[in-house]
Structures are given as C-alpha cells and as structure tokens.
Design a binder for this molecule. Structure first.
Ligand SMILES: Cc1cc2nc3c(=O)[nH]c(=O)nc-3n(C[C@H](O)[C@H](O)[C@H](O)COP(=O)(O)O)c2cc1C
Length: 271
C-alpha cells in the first residue's frame, strides 16, 4: 500500500453509496488482500464478505449498498486492538481501490450479522463495514449526522500527544520526524469521533494510551475504544514504515503516571 497520507486524509465514513455493483476484478483484489492482513498482536482476524441480497442484513445508517465486510476474532486478550489494526488496514486498502466504507460497531442488526458470520461461542464480531462506491453528494441525513458528532474535526496535536509525561504537551516541532505519523493518528476514525488516543513520546519510543469514556464496553464488542487504539497503531506504523522510520511494536509499559481513566496499550520503539 502506498501514500498512506493520501489514503488517511482521503478517507471519511461513507454512509451513502451509489447502488452500483462493485467491479468483479476490484472485488477480487479486495478479497485477496483481505486474506493476507497481519497485525502486531498475532491475533487471527477473519474477514468475510456478506451479501445483504442473500441474507436479511440491516444497517440503518448506510444506504445504497447491500455488500458488507465483517471481522471476527477469538475472545483473547488484545482482540479489540488486533481487529482495529487489521480492519483499518483493509479499510485503507478499500480506499486505495476507490471503495467507500464506514466502521460500524453499533448501528446494525447485530444478531443477523453475527449469524451470517457464523460466529462461534469463543469468538466476537466487534465491527463490520458496508462496502461500495461512494455517491458524489451525501444525503442530508448523513451530513446532519456528521455535524452532530463533529466528524470533520479533530482535537489539536498538543491535546493528544505529550512529551515525556502527561504534564507536557508535545509540539509538532519537538516531535520532529515523528510528527507526521502522529498527525496520521490524529486523522484516524474513532467511535463517535471521541479520539481516545493519547500518546507520550519517551526515550526512543512512542507509548500509546487509551483515555476511556463511559459506555463503550459490552459483551458482544469488548471495549470499542480499544478498537480505536488498534486503528491508531495501524496509522502510525504504516506511515512510519512508508517514511523509512524503523519502528518495532512492543508491549512494555514504561510506568509513566497517567490519570485513573487512562490505560497503557502498547508502544513503538525507534530502532
Ligand atoms: C470502532 C468504531 C465504531 C463505529 N461505529 C459506528 C456505528 O455504529 N455507526 C456509525 O454510523 N458510525 C460508526 N463509526 C464511525 C465514526 O462515527 C466516525 O469514524 C467518526 O465520526 C469520524 O468520522 P470519519 O470516519 O468520517 O472521519 C464507528 C467508528 C469506529 C472507529
């Protein structure tokens, strides 16, 4: 995958599709890619294409497509971050093919989707996405929904990223070569656009934290905001790699004091 910045900045949630069937060759590329995606946790994430013309699948926020891609994984530690990482890799690939998508963890007929995914008792399907060609002009309903959750804006850099400790905001100047991959995290999608990612620049490492909000944990999904963190890890590492920065994923809590609602998730070490 190339030009991560273009894909990250070009992506937005697409909820209005143009009814056209996806070109079979394009769909073949998508399904081939779908079978090869890896994540740094090594948790196996399985994707399936689901056809709403064959099964009664309802997703009230999306109109104009009957095609969906679901993600399932075993109920093991870090499954949410793994799903976030793998599915965002797939969503950026879809973007590179000119296909629209939207992360959906809530607004769907979940039992119908889980049945069609043939979910086992030890598995979860945290999210799925509709898939199709975006229409040029989104519906009034979609634009109102975007306004409601301020989907087009993000918190400033200094409010999300910190230098050494949570007491010192990080400036783009101080971040140097890391400013760009961090900026790619800032433009990531997150559930209800909460942007729960917080990152602390340490000694040759970037530490990722989750600032929890209430109401995102459920039996079917796990912790939805950990999916947001998996998405952040994906944007950061794809962009760092593309820019030739050698970064290595690790789970090694540096013990930096954080607020009671802020949890350490993972780090990338700079080699
Ligand atoms: C884990 C996750 C779950 C989401 N669930 C839903 C959902 O159930 N319904 C929906 O309409 N949008 C959902 N979204 C989309 C977000 O609202 C959207 O990404 C955010 O508002 C930012 O807008 P953008 O994606 O256009 O940049 C979800 C996003 C994420 C990352």
């Amino acid at each position: 995958m190339e030009h991560i910045e273009e894909l990250v900045r070009g992506r937005r949630s697409v909820r209005t599709y143009d009814e056209r069937e996806i070109d079979p060759e394009l769909l073949k590329k998508f399904t081939d890619f779908m079978g090869q995606i890896k994540n740094p946790y090594g948790v196996p994430v399985t994707f399936r294409l689901l056809d709403g013309r064959q099964q009664p699948l309802k997703c009230p926020v999306a109109v104009g497509t009957q095609l969906f891609v679901g993600a399932k994984a075993p109920r093991v530690p870090h499954m949410e971050e793994a799903v976030g990482f793998s599915m965002e890799t797939l969503i950026l690939y879809a973007q590179s093919l000119g296909l629209g998508s939207v992360w959906v963890g809530g607004t769907m007929d979940r039992p119908a989707f889980e049945r069609t995914m043939e979910l086992g008792p030890e598995e979860r399907m945290p999210c799925m996405s509709p898939l199709g060609y975006p229409v040029g002009k989104m519906s009034v309903r979609e634009s109102l929904m975007r306004k409601g959750i301020k989907a087009d804006s993000r918190e400033p850099f200094e409010a999300l990223f910190f230098d050494g400790s949570f007491d010192t905001p990080l400036t783009a100047e101080k971040a140097g070569a890391l400013a760009h991959p961090l900026e790619m995290v800032r433009w990531a999608p997150s559930a209800v656009n909460k942007q729960p990612w917080r990152m602390v620049l340490g000694d040759k490492a970037v530490h990722f934290y989750l600032k929890h909000s209430k109401g995102f944990v459920s039996e079917q999904v796990g912790d939805m905001q950990k999916i947001d963190l998996g998405i952040a890890l994906c944007h950061f590492s794809l962009d760092a790699e593309e820019r030739g920065l050698a970064v290595r994923f690790c789970l090694d809590d540096p013990g930096i004091p954080a607020g009671p609602d802020t949890e350490y998730i993972a780090s990338y070490r700079l080699e």
